[in-house]
Design a protein around this ligand. Structure first.
Ligand SMILES: [Zn+2]
Length: 333
């Protein structure tokens, strides 16, 4: 470096040796992105505006949000209300914000739903709507809130929903159980997990026990999709982490989606995304916020992830594939 500034005293530049670092490519600020899994209809107007301000072009808002239902065990009307409420509000969300918002509709297995057959009967009618872009979120859940849902029943409700997805050419967005072992949730003598409006003392005993619960649930999801005739490339496995990546990317053709908006709970950061892309390539990797009104989450984490992936060595085209082209492909958009 041989830069001299007309400053009265020498600046850092006087002491630098070697090449100047490459400047950041300005197009990094304009990479479009699609959030394939969130619950943004449960956020505030301001937060939905943040999606648009940080470059979000499209999102799929999962109307399957069992946490907000007032009664337990959950009745079919409770779930139906969540679907209808999201559907009812969608036009105004679209008029208010510039991204393309669509819905995911499905029976979440995080709390047992009584008489779920009633929902399976009407699910195809919802899936026929233009507003519905995915069946979700669904997925085998290891332990439920308030009322346990036996595994055999969960498998049935999963398989049937995936059949509906296959019939309508829709992807299924499937949560995988969090691996909370690796996360250091700060100890509190009083109250619940900080940042989570869910009474964990009401979690029921697990209905799925395995050494690696995330892996066992994910394998079941993949098996059930196959039984339902839903192609692997229509299956988005959410809440990815580095531990599940080898199974999914070496043994299936499914997509793997990393939740980046609440690392304090899932322990997942842009570094995990970068490592997996470095090892396996960007073809089947997605990023999602899963942001929801029930927990502390950060809408801007998506845009920050774009910047972080660049800093960690991914080029702009690779990043664009992960955050935009891949979700577009999944959604057939
Ligand atoms: Zn979710």
């Amino acid at each position: 470096m041989d830069t001299h500034y007309p400053t009265k005293r020498p600046t850092d530049a006087e002491f630098l040796t070697g090449e100047a670092p490459e400047p950041f490519p300005p197009e990094l600020t304009n990479v479009p992105w699609i959030d394939i899994h969130n619950h943004a209809h449960t956020l505030s107007w301001n937060e939905r505006e943040q999606f648009a301000l940080s470059g979000c072009q499209g999102m799929v808002m999962m109307a399957a949000a069992y946490y907000w239902t007032p009664y337990k065990p959950v009745a079919p009307e409770d779930v139906r209300y969540l679907w209808d409420d999201a559907l009812n509000r969608l036009p105004q969300i679209r008029r208010s914000h510039v991204f393309d918002a669509k819905l995911g509709v499905g029976i979440h297995t995080g709390a047992r739903v009584e008489n779920y057959e009633e929902l399976l009967d009407v699910l195809p009618d919802y899936c026929a709507l233009d507003e519905v872009a995915a069946v979700g979120e669904i997925g085998i859940t290891a332990s439920q809130h308030v009322s346990a849902w036996p595994l055999e029943d969960q498998k049935e409700v999963m398989r049937r929903q995936m059949e509906v997805a296959a019939d309508h050419g829709l992807p299924a967005v499937v949560h995988t159980p969090p691996d909370l072992e690796n996360v250091d949730i700060p100890y509190r003598k009083r109250g619940t997990i900080p940042g989570y409006e869910l009474d964990m003392s009401l979690q029921q005993d697990p209905v799925l026990e395995a050494e690696d619960v995330k892996r066992a649930a994910t394998e079941l999801d993949v098996e059930l999709a196959e039984e339902a005739g839903l192609d692997d490339d229509k299956l988005v496995l959410s809440h990815a982490d580095r531990g599940i990546a080898p199974y999914v990317l070496e043994n299936t053709d499914c997509y793997l989606s990393f939740t980046v908006s609440y690392p304090w709970l899932l322990g997942v950061t842009p570094r995990d995304v970068a490592e997996v892309v470095h090892e396996y390539g960007p073809e089947r990797i997605l990023v999602e916020t899963d942001s929801a009104g029930i927990l502390r989450s950060d809408v801007f984490s998506f845009k920050r992830t774009i910047f972080e992936l660049y800093r960690m060595g991914l080029d702009v085209d690779t990043i664009r594939q992960v955050v935009y082209e891949n979700p577009r492909q999944v959604l057939g958009a």
